[in-house]
Design a binder for this molecule. Structure first.
Ligand code: RTP
Length: 155
């Protein structure tokens, strides 16, 4: 039952400005908490333009890039670092498809969003990007290393 260390990953999850404005922060945190992942970092943050551009640098050539940067910097976001076995792919499943109209019911976007340009949450798409994004969005000391107390019946 105890996972080997190499399967443990980290992912960067962010409630986007629309999710904060709509009061969905608790609901979104709750889905990752209930799933059983470990919260290692959490903050409310006003994202500056240069950070938004660095985070989405792979999308720089896209026509929607300027709108995406305006959206992400339009109000506070909630930054989270989550740890767990297979957390990167699992979080993407919990979040659902990029276009909320194609996201399955039961996923965050499937349940809570309509527009691709207002899709309430971000999740890293690979373990390497998980690490990169956590380093980008959190300062040293803001990510806490800890372990959940083990329930005796799991040993
Ligand atoms: P995210 O990075 O936010 O988790 O989203 P994703 O991987 O599901 O989607 P990606 O293709 O990386 O796009 C990043 C974000 O850009 C916005 N977007 N707008 N056609 C459009 O207007 C358009 N396409 C993408 C979305 O907010 C998307 O989540």
């Amino acid at each position: 039952l105890v996972a080997s260390m190499e399967e443990v990953e980290e992912t960067y999850i962010m409630v986007k400005p629309d999710g904060v404005q709509r009061g969905l922060v608790g609901e979104i945190i709750s889905r990752f908490e209930k799933k059983g992942f470990l919260l290692k970092g959490l903050k409310l943050f006003q994202c500056p333009k240069d950070l938004a551009e660095e985070h989405y640098k792979d999308l720089k050539g896209k026509s929607f890039f300027p709108k995406l940067i305006d959206y992400i910097t339009s109000g506070p976001v909630v930054c989270m670092a989550w740890e767990g076995v297979g957390v990167v792919a699992s979080a993407r499943k919990l979040i659902g498809a990029t276009n909320p109209l194609q996201a399955e019911p039961g996923t965050i976007r499937g349940d809570l969003a309509v527009q691709t340009g207002r899709n309430v949450v971000h999740g890293s798409d690979s373990p390497d990007n998980g690490k990169r994004e956590i380093d980008l969005w959190f300062k040293e000391g803001e990510v806490v290393q800890w372990t959940q107390a083990q329930a005796p019946w799991l040993r």
